[in-house]
Write a protein that binds this ligand. Structure first.
Ligand code: FAD
Length: 306
């Protein structure tokens, strides 16, 4: 029986597990892929106090730090059910089941992809998903933002201050972002908005992105825009499908938490991109992991016999 069982293998999980293990309690990690989204990241320049690193390096550092402690790391294992109770049960896809006094959910999220030719090939070579992370890499260049919801329009406003020009493409006939954001967007001199546009291809020279093609849904004509970067902003999907019906989720499927990381189920805490936390970043996920872990410890000292 674990005292704290952490589900997930990203920065939120590593931080939660290390905080728990440092209390001298039985700690485990179940991770489908240790490292999480960080593994897919090239340059990381906003992990404060580390001027520059990359994803594989940071993932390795997370693992090495966790291995300094007595943490039972079960990598390449996927949790597929949570059963509440005095001892919380976590069922794994491989048929095994684990029991713990507290559980910390840190299963992260994934960016929704366009699924068009060239997108995967040019990922991190011009195709980006996070304007806070990669925006400065496109200083003075031309970029597109795909998606006219709040995140797309926010990204376009943010990027317009850094890059030479932003083209925002929206599939629908109109943007779906809040009016105040749209007003700001349309006031910017270096932004072009194209609606009724279905992105069909990311083009490149073999090394880097050099443009994108889209279908004008009015005329069915295929058009091409030359640019150096594409920010895909069509949704961030939390990895919480397996929790539906047990833990309270928001309309977007994010785990609802309070200031201590506590979920709607007693003894179950959550941290990072899988939760309702408003901004999704490594440094924020790590802080949230520490919060959830201290929340779980607080819960343990109030509820378990010494
Ligand atoms: P994740 O990193 O998503 O980790 C979730 C973990 O849970 C994974 O190990 C996954 O395998 C595991 N998991 C999922 N479901 C299950 C399950 N059912 N059972 C067991 N395990 C499961 N942020 C920055 O601060 N700076 C950057 O420069 C930056 N660049 C980025 C670039 C890219 C391309 C991407 C995709 C993201 C970037 N981010 C960046 C965002 C950052 O990576 C995330 O905010 C951060 O990784 C979130 O951490 P997390 O621990 O909450 O989740």
């Amino acid at each position: 029986v674990f005292d704290v069982l952490v589900i997930g293998g990203g920065p939120a999980s590593a931080s939660a597990a290390i905080y728990a293990a440092r209390k001298g309690i039985r700690t485990g990690i179940v991770a489908e892929r240790f490292g999480g989204q960080v593994l897919d990241t090239m340059a990381i320049e906003n992990f404060i106090s580390v001027k520059e690193t990359d994803g594989p390096k940071l993932a390795m550092a997370l693992e090495q730090h966790a291995k300094e402690y007595e943490i039972d790391i079960m990598n390449l294992q996927k949790a597929n059910a949570l059963v509440p109770g005095e001892l919380i049960e976590i069922k794994l896809e491989n048929g095994a089941s684990l029991k713990s006094k507290t559980v910390i959910l840190a299963t992260g999220a994934r960016w929704r992809e366009m699924n068009v030719p060239g997108e995967k090939e040019y990922r991190s070579k011009g195709v980006a998903y996070c304007p806070h992370c990669d925006g400065p890499l496109f200083k003075g260049k031309r970029v597109a933002v795909i998606g006219g919801g709040n995140s797309g329009v926010e990204a376009a406003i943010d990027l317009a201050g850094i890059v030479a020009h932003v083209t925002l493409l929206e599939f629908d006939g109109q943007l779906r972002a809040d009016a105040v954001l749209q007003k700001k967007l349309f006031s910017l001199p270096n932004v072009t908005v194209i609606t009724k546009a279905l992105t069909t291809e990311v083009t490149g020279d073999g090394q880097k992105v050099n443009g994108l093609s889209y279908k004008d849904r009015d005329t069915n004509e295929i058009k091409h825009v030359e640019l150096e970067g594409i920010f895909v902003q069509i949704g961030l999907l939390p990895n919480t499908d397996w929790l539906k019906g047990t833990v309270e989720l928001s309309a977007r499927g994010e785990i609802e938490i309070d200031a201590r990381g506590q979920t709607s189920v007693p003894g179950v805490f959550a941290a990072g991109d899988c939760t309702t936390v408003p901004y999704k970043q490594i440094i924020i996920a790590m802080g949230a992991g520490a919060t959830a872990s201290l929340g779980a410890f607080d819960h343990l000292i109030r509820t378990s016999a010494p």
